[in-house]
Ligand binder design. Structure first.
Ligand SMILES: *[C@@H]1O[C@H](CO)[C@@H](O)[C@H](O)[C@H]1NC(C)=O
Ligand SMILES: *[C@@H]1O[C@H](CO)[C@@H](O)[C@H](O)[C@H]1NC(C)=O
Length: 444
């Protein structure tokens, strides 16, 4: 292997596959390797037999669960915001032609021990049982302000400079109570903790607008979309894209040892005694364990059920966000449910996930408030995994390492990581000013 690659990508997780696709399209010479003989790494989708092998060892799945190949259980389940950055990336790269999407039925929030639909517009605020009559009117005014807000039109700013005013100050102007702020911040703006309250309000306003605009794209009950047959389709779609632009894929490559020169800069990757030369390496944390540190642990439960999540309006696909304050926790909890309506399970079966950032030494107990919302389950599996973040300086070693996937069940933080990596690798921002209406053709 004498030729030199611009970039060698290690691991075929979602983040790595999106990056190798984008870099190939940019004209870089990309080699993509994985030690596994399947796509997806940590973000693979499993059929029933693979699921049993992972969680139950030698046992075989009961026949009552149906055919193994009817299952596509994402190990990192996440919904995409219909107008969000990932969808823009998919359209920008034309990867939509390899995938079919379907709207997600419901977006819900847990509030005062109950599950409610997330109100996202002024009209929905008026109908929502989440608020009392006077609070509804205040919330409606706030939603109208957000809907009308246009960054480039000062007339819509009502004299407020949202790059300076904090979210807390903006919300105080509308007199909203803490309960309302809680669902707006966590279930609509999708903040993961309460730091946003003291940060410039512009970010929260933009996130609320994204939610409302994504919701408006479909007549459904949520702003999210999800691919038929699960997210496992995504890494493969980006691999196909990369191949179209000359990228080379190699699965089942043991070891994948990253090689450095005396100055600590990456020079290549060795597998089975052969070294492929490169200028840069992109990888998930497992390929460079010496350059990452543990930053947390995700706790989760995966359930197979024969009914939708109760109190979600019979939604066959749904996200429920349980804000930290509602549970007396530091981190939010997430429920994700998908079913045969997205071809991830046989007819009549539902796959539900409960996930959160672990805060104690007994994460299984922490998940209880989420699991209690599922009702009876056919089967349930528990798993924890450590989260890592890079600690290297990419400008010195030319190694670009993704962060482990967090507990969220939507893509917003994942895509932010990918785009930041793209900018670090290429020195430029990805131009995502695409025509979103082009996506409609790809959706069912
Ligand atoms: C925002 O304001 C600018 C400047 O007035 C205008 O050109 C643009 O059409 C507005 N955008 C929307 C969505 O109203
Ligand atoms: C429940 O779902 C139906 C469609 O299945 C929809 O028309 C209705 O608006 C939903 N209700 C709520 C409260 O979301």
């Amino acid at each position: 292997m004498d030729e030199e690659y611009d970039v060698i990508v290690l691991g075929t997780g979602l983040k790595e596959c999106i990056l190798s696709g984008l870099l190939s399209v940019d004209g870089l010479k990309v080699l993509h390797m994985d030690r596994n003989d399947y796509y997806g790494g940590e973000s693979a989708s499993l059929n029933l037999i693979q699921l049993w092998k992972r969680f139950r060892g030698a046992d075989t799945p009961p026949a009552s669960l149906g055919s193994s190949r009817d299952y596509n259980v994402d190990m990192i389940p996440k919904f995409m915001m219909a107008n969000g950055v990932l969808v823009r990336v998919l359209i920008h790269t034309d990867v939509t032609k390899y995938l079919s999407f379907k709207a997600v039925d419901g977006g819900f929030v847990y509030n005062k021990q109950k599950v409610h639909k997330v109100p996202a517009t002024d009209m929905e605020a008026l109908k929502s049982p989440l608020m009392g009559i006077f609070e509804k009117r205040r919330a409606r005014k706030f939603f109208i302000y957000v809907q009308d807000y246009n960054e480039s039109d000062p007339k819509t700013h009502e004299g407020l400079d949202l790059t300076r005013v904090t979210t807390k100050e903006l919300i105080a102007k509308y007199g909203l109570d803490d309960n309302t702020i809680d669902f707006i911040g966590h279930a609509l703006a999708l903040h993961r903790d309460d730091r946003y309250l003291n940060e410039p309000a512009i970010d929260t306003v933009k996130r609320m607008k994204l939610y409302a605009e994504s919701l408006a794209r479909f007549q459904g009950g949520s702003p999210y979309i999800y691919p038929l047959y699960g997210l496992g389709e995504l890494p493969q779609a980006f691999a196909r894209l990369s191949a179209v632009y000359g990228g080379t894929y190699m699965l089942n490559k043991p070891e994948c040892k990253v090689e450095f020169d005396d100055g600590g800069k990456v020079i290549g990757v060795t597998s089975e005694g052969e070294t492929a030369k490169c200028k840069k390496v992109v990888c998930d944390p497992s390929y460079l364990p010496g350059k990452v540190r543990k930053v947390g642990k995700v706790a989760r439960a995966i359930a197979i059920m024969s009914h939708p999540i109760p109190n979600t309006n019979d939604s066959h696909s749904v996200q429920v966000i349980l804000p930290q304050k509602q549970l007396g926790r530091k981190s939010d909890m997430y429920l994700f449910c998908c079913s045969y309506s997205h071809n991830v399970a046989p007819k009549g079966k539902f796959i539900a996930f409960v996930s959160t950032e672990a805060e104690t030494d007994n994460p299984q107990v922490e998940l209880k408030p989420g699991i209690d919302l599922l009702g009876p389950v056919d089967e349930i599996f528990f798993e924890n995994y450590d989260r890592y973040e890079p600690v290297n300086e990419p400008s010195l070693d030319n190694c670009f390492i993704s962060a482990s996937y967090d507990a969220t069940t939507h893509f917003e933080s994942t895509v932010t990581d990918v785009l930041n990596m793209y900018t670090m690798i290429t020195g430029k921002n990805l131009d995502l000013s695409v025509d979103l209406s082009a996506a409609s053709a790809a959706e069912e």
